[in-house]
Design a protein around this ligand. Structure first.
Ligand SMILES: NC(=O)C1=CN([C@@H]2O[C@H](COP(=O)(O)OP(=O)(O)OC[C@H]3O[C@@H](n4cnc5c(N)ncnc54)[C@H](O)[C@@H]3O)[C@@H](O)[C@H]2O)C=CC1
Ligand SMILES: O=C(O)C(=O)Cc1ccc(O)cc1
Length: 289
């Protein structure tokens, strides 16, 4: 079947950020012919999105949006804004409008969105692709090519199929996952690494104060590799940490246990245990590439 991006004629992207902007630009690049509208509280982002050819028209007030045209809405703002946005837009939605999102947290949040938005359909989606940058000005064409997109639906119907087709036509590989399993998995592989990167930079700020030496004058490649994601948006990440609080706290607890174990082996100069732990971690990491 040819590309039809799920057959949606008019798309509204709420939040012209890195991800919303990348969706819009990638749709254009892949040949999407319908209208793309944008909504953002930040006027600069709208101006920029129009200039870049990402959207046809942008809005800062909800009432001016041509709602009778729109058959797909994509929530692309920080996750803690979703519920208020859903409450604010629900009365404008057509019965056949599908609402989806790109948020990094699912669980209870998607259950609430499904309820609020009824009778419109909500399909939770999470593209596993991004960067540490923010805003449409840093959007990346083709960001989702070859990347996974997780849909958190509990049954498959024609709406799921349309959203699946939407992402597949952008080059993504779609997987279905339970929303609560999603939050456990991505707390471990995404939210914890971001928390650790932010905390590592914080540790160096504190250590710099201890000896009055600016440790950031001496970054090695390892430090830079490791902490790239600590340059990510504070607003986006405080929302993710709080919205997925339980799973994030659980992964931080495990990380502290792993650090304590390592600390112990170093303190006791336990070479055998150190070699075992480092070797197992190295093998796991090598198997990723
Ligand atoms: N940054 C990344 O690499 C990834 C982010 N995500 C998810 O994508 C979503 C968007 O993240 P980014 O694009 O990185 O953020 P961003 O900071 O680049 O863009 C967010 C945009 O939303 C706008 N905004 C904020 N509150 C709003 C509101 N109430 N109404 C209208 N507009 C509002 C901001 O002005 C901004 O332009 C988040 O839910 C995040 O969890 C998902 C995958 C990757
Ligand atoms: O910049 C990176 O390496 C990321 O890990 C981007 C990212 C951020 C949030 C997500 O929910 C998914 C991907």
């Amino acid at each position: 079947m040819g590309k039809d991006f799920g057959g949606f004629k008019s798309i509204l992207i709420i939040g012209l950020g890195l991800i919303g902007g990348s969706v819009a630009l990638s749709l254009r690049k892949e040949g999407y012919r319908g209208k793309i509208y944008g909504f953002d509280l930040n006027e600069y982002r709208i101006k920029k999105a129009v200039e870049m050819g990402a959207i046809d028209k942008g809005f800062t007030d909800i009432e001016s949006i041509p709602w009778d045209e729109i058959d797909l809405v994509i929530l692309s703002t920080p996750v803690k804004t979703f519920l208020t946005i859903a409450e604010n837009i629900k009365r404008y939605l057509r019965k056949d409008t599908v609402v989806t999102d790109v948020g990094s947290v699912k669980g209870e949040l998607v259950k609430k969105l499904e309820e609020i938005l009824k009778p419109a359909v909500f399909i939770g989606a999470h593209p596993i692709a991004g960067t540490e940058k923010e805003g449409v000005e840093n959007a990346v064409v083709g960001l989702f090519k070859g990347k996974k997109v997780i849909l958190t639906v509990d049954h498959q119907d024609e709406h799921t199929e349309r959203i699946k087709k939407f992402w597949e036509d952008l080059g993504s590989k779609v997987e279905i996952m339970d929303p609560f399993v999603h939050d456990f998995v991505f707390a471990a592989v995404s939210h914890l690494p971001h928390a650790v990167a932010f905390a590592l930079v914080d540790a160096l700020i504190e250590l710099s104060k201890e000896r009055d030496i600016d440790l950031f004058l001496y970054p090695g490649a390892g430090f830079k590799d490791f902490t790239r994601i600590a340059a990510s948006s504070p607003v986006v990440w405080k929302d993710i940490f709080i919205e997925n609080k339980e799973e994030v706290l659980h992964t931080i607890d495990q990380f502290i246990k792993s650090m304590e174990k390592l600390k112990d082996y170093i303190k006791n100069e336990d070479e055998k245990k150190l070699i075992d732990l480092l070797s197992e971690s190295r093998e796991r990491r090598l198997s990723l590439d």
